[in-house]
Design a protein around this ligand. Structure first.
Ligand code: ARG
Length: 230
């Protein structure tokens, strides 16, 4: 029998929704991306282990609440409503929303109005924005189509089954590189992404914030930005 010295490192389950490139996406069957590298780096520095689960975005916060997940790393915007239920790390990335349309329909400035159909990922800030700003005031009379995965939002937009999608700008721009879709507008929402843990898990939150500070301090953050956004 071989014994390792010391106690075994804690292992945490990290939830994500891997349809959000370059933050998290699936490549050759593996979950990869900026958030994945970031969490792995924090885990290495703070001496814990992680395993990732790819689930629907709107199951992530319930997963923390029920204890099936320990950490959520999903380009998740820090909002007051979410802070009622979970605790967020210090912010690590800033982003706005954007409007994505099919290539060739960039000139149609009425895409968010009238009978157009708009795709969003369920439970995201983009979903909330369309509902509050367009659907409730009857600016949009077409359908608000909810999806579990951005892969299907982009597929439906590319096939012109929907007229527009509202999603985080860095992700919309990443999709536009390999799909016949283009960003036509930015919606200034001033969002900041945080890593989330269970509401009362202050010990883990402290570890994550300590690791995050080191990642910023030791230049790894700049390297990740360079790797995923050039
Ligand atoms: N930032 C947005 C939000 O918090 C979208 C996040 C979607 N993330 C994902 N991994 N699918 O609602």
């Amino acid at each position: 029998l071989a014994f390792s010295s010391g106690v075994m490192a804690q292992r945490y389950v990290v939830g994500t929704n891997a349809s959000f490139p370059p933050f998290e996406y699936v490549e050759k069957g593996e979950i990869v991306g900026f958030d994945i590298d970031l969490v792995k780096e924090i885990a290495k520095l703070q001496d814990f282990e992680v395993e990732f689960r790819d689930i629907s975005f709107d199951s992530l916060i319930p997963g923390l609440a029920s204890g099936s997940l320990d950490i959520v790393a999903a380009g998740m915007t820090i909002t007051d409503a979410r802070k009622e239920v979970v605790s967020f790390s210090d912010p690590y990335y800033s982003a706005n929303q954007s409007v994505l349309v099919h290539e060739g329909s960039e000139e149609d400035l009425t895409v968010l109005f009238g009978s157009n159909d708009i795709g969003v990922q369920t439970g995201t800030t983009g979903d909330t924005w369309v509902r509050d700003k367009l659907v409730k005031p009857d600016i949009l009379t077409g359908e608000l189509r909810n999806y579990d995965s951005y892969v299907f939002v982009i597929r439906d937009l590319a096939n012109q089954n929907i007229d527009a999608a509202v999603l985080d700008k860095p992700v919309a721009e990443t999709y536009s590189k390999n799909n016949p879709v283009n960003v036509v507008a930015e919606v200034i929402t001033g969002e900041e992404y945080g890593i989330a843990v269970g509401k009362n898990n202050q010990a883990l939150l402290k570890e994550i914030n300590a690791g995050l500070a080191k990642v910023i301090e030791n230049g790894t953050m700049d390297k990740l930005i360079e790797k995923y956004f050039e």
